[in-house]
Ligand binder design. Sequence first.
Ligand SMILES: [Zn+2]
Ligand SMILES: [Zn+2]
Length: 500
Amino acid sequence: MQDSGTNNEPTIIKTDVDSQNGQEKCPKCGSTDISTNANTGKLRCNFCRHEFEAEKVKGLVENISQLQGQVIASGATDIVADTKDILTFKCSSCGAEVVIDTSSASQARCHWCRNTLSVNQQIPNGSIPDVVLPFSVNKETAQAEINKFVNKRKFYANPNFKKEFTTENIMGVYFPYMLVDINAHANFIGEGEHQTRKYFEGSGNHQEAYYDADLYHVEREFDLTINGLSIESSLDKLNNTSSNKTNNVINAIMPFDVENSVKFNANYLKGYTSERRDVNIDELKSIIDTQAKDIARFTTNKTLENYDRGVAWSSEQMNIIGEQWKAAYLPVWLYSYQEVKGNKKVLHYVAVNARTKETMGSIPIHKPKLLLMSFLVEILGILLMLFIDWDLSFIFLALGFIHYFFFYLSYRNSNARHTYETDTKNSMDNLRRVDNFLKSKKRLRNMTMDGANNYALSGQNLSNKILNQFTGKNISNTVVNTIANNNAVASFIKDEIDKK
Ligand SMILES: [Zn+2]
Ligand SMILES: [Zn+2]
């Protein structure tokens, strides 16, 4: 299919071969009024109700284990800066000239005869992708999901927000993504620990936990195929740690069933808005390759059950044999609300995946109310600590803080994200494993192995680093820190309870 294994030139596969610009007519009645049936995700003639069979994109590599070199679908090729956005067509029904501004739409109606004209052939300005995943969740269903999400989070919500909240104006948006298939060979080498004994020494309140463990030399070498790893391809939505837009909640509604994507056709966009792609493969490749390595690392965990104290990989090799890139529009129902705090504005989103109904959002918080309630809870905690005789009564002291952070996170969901490392389709083949006993270790103080990194994630850090270069701002990695802190607190409490 392609011969790029020997050189570094990418193979470009044209995906818009049979696409026609201009009028597209219903084969039954000739009407150009065609749009998506949001119950089936298929195209339908609005005049005679004829439904069209979805067209699949042709020419791409289907068997990812055969993928070699870099394969790029033509809609994912680099954006050309001076591409004209304005296209003019002659209406084939009445001969009038129809203008389409492709920066905001790929369809327009003829003013004279009301026929619809579409742009389906790719123009290198990022507005025409290779594939589209049609809306299959209708507006009413999305409204119900958003209402359900918001109604659970009303008590501490900002009073203005509560007054103004309505799902009337939610928007159906096609956001641009890149879908990447990867064929790789991975080799992980390191050491793992298996706990053999846990015991306590000392007396009363001075008990200390100790662990004995067996140390092994561990190797996992395997072929890995990854299908449809998805990443935002607009600079704005890529910025998941923006302080004035809650983009991370849109990121969190992934994954989409991208395997059901169909060939792009402008009729799918009718009735919805779309945002065009403004980043190229070069800018996304390092994020994708690092996320692919994270997927490889998480895939090995299925083979590491014996190492309950963790595995410390000292060598992680990931050789990417082939990579295939497609540009896609994926469907999202979006509610947005602008919160104004002094001169700071924060745009809150509630987003619904218009394929899976997965919903995530950010609700503006009424801070004074949350602080007051947390303060009252804290006082209650102090009273409980004074009057209840329990060795762990110090936990009561944290109640106010726990209350605050629990509600802060469940309203703002600032830690929500796409868990690509476990949610991306992949398959591990031809596994070679080595598990050689090295030695027994005694009287260890930590409940997990020193330097264990088999659950480490680097993709999230990396995308922030790259964005920092774009934005010049320093974005802290709240996600990783939150996970790390939660684990530390959880293992501390677990240890304290185990002692009893
Ligand atoms: Zn028709
Ligand atoms: Zn016309």
